[in-house]
Design a protein around this ligand. Structure first.
Ligand code: C5P
Length: 314
């Protein structure tokens, strides 16, 4: 049995880092958004007495989360199988676009129906959080509010389908170093003002005019990451000049995104980024995210049930 699924990237429309937590992670407030840029994952599955999991990837990735995700799913379903993955990477790595996380989440979503099983969303979320802070979001898709480590998620309404560009320069930003550079301690005096502006923004995304909310979007990493890589600040300025609203870093970078009201505006702006790695994107709402999944899994799953549930599974 072979299936082909798409693993979509994300941007952080907004990202605030509050304080350091006793577990070493940081307390976040973020708005995640899936976008049309995607990797493709082909999964071949055969019953077998002994588990054998292998991966053939267009880009060599050490400790690929795909294999770890598959092992977690097989253990949770108490199944053995031969599973072969072929990964065609399109999402730039280390860009803050969730490339590795979405590939792992794709395995968590696709493998149980292939095995004729169904794992409840709570169990998938636990497995996802074990793999990384961004993985659980991809189990849901669309626009979502992320709290805590980024693994506590609440749905926000789908935004209008806006078009944009992702600019992904060949600059490496280490996520743990970016967090360290923020210098957050266990408590923070600035917290209530960060929370107030995040609340105001979330309300305007939810019940106000999402286009207008664009002006209020922020990313706390920009200050420290732009200081270290001034070229990224220039790219942000260029996105602004081209009319992008908002134009921000995603995650801890190094990729930036800009959004425009229409595809024509985004396509026109692309010309200003000759020589850069640029991807035209559109925002991918939860309804479409899920519809893609049901379509890719075809007759294996019952439509309209989330997470995708095997026809035969309990
Ligand atoms: O969970 P993930 O593997 O994506 O996290 C990578 C690193 O980013 C962590 O080891 C930690 O240094 C930092 N991080 C953090 N607070 C978060 C998420 C990530 O400090 N909420």
């Amino acid at each position: 049995m072979t299936i082909r699924v798409r693993a979509f990237a994300k941007i952080n429309l907004d990202l605030r880092v509050l304080h350091k937590r006793p577990d070493g992670f940081h307390e976040l407030r973020t708005i995640f958004q899936t976008i049309s840029l995607a990797d493709t994952l082909v999964i071949e599955h055969e019953r077998a007495r002994r588990t054998e999991v292998s991966l053939d990837s267009s880009v060599d990735i050490p400790n690929n989360l795909v294999l770890r995700a598959a092992e977690l799913v097989l253990a949770a379903c108490r199944k053995t199988a031969r599973v072969r993955f072929r990964l065609e990477k399109k999402i730039p790595m280390g860009g803050g676009l969730g490339g590795g996380s979405t590939d792992a989440a794709a395995v968590l979503l696709a493998l149980p129906p292939l095995l004729g099983e169904a794992l409840p969303v709570t169990e998938l979320m636990t497995l996802g959080a074990e793999l990384g802070s961004d993985v659980p979001f991809f189990l849901l898709g669309g626009t979502a509010l992320g709290l805590g480590r980024g693994t506590e998620l609440y749905p926000l309404p789908d935004l209008p389908r806006r078009a944009g560009l992702v600019v992904a320069p060949e600059v490496h930003v280490s996520t743990p170093e970016a967090y360290r550079a923020l210098g957050r301690t266990l408590t923070s005096d600035a917290e209530s003002s960060i929370l107030n502006s995040f609340q105001a923004l979330t309300w305007s995304v939810c019940v106000g005019d999402p286009a207008e909310a664009g002006a209020g979007f922020a990313n706390d990493f920009e200050e420290v990451v732009f200081r270290q890589h001034p070229a990224l600040k220039s790219l942000q300025a260029k996105l602004h000049q081209q009319g992008a609203r908002p134009a921000r870093l995603t995650g801890s970078g190094a990729a930036l995104f800009g959004l425009w009201p229409s595809r024509t505006d985004a396509v026109r702006a692309r010309g200003a980024f000759a020589g850069e790695r640029v991807f035209p994107i559109s925002l991918l709402g939860r309804r479409n995210y899920r519809a893609f999944w049901w379509k890719s899994l075809g007759g294996l799953v019952k439509n309209q049930l989330w997470p995708p549930r095997s026809q035969s599974g309990s």
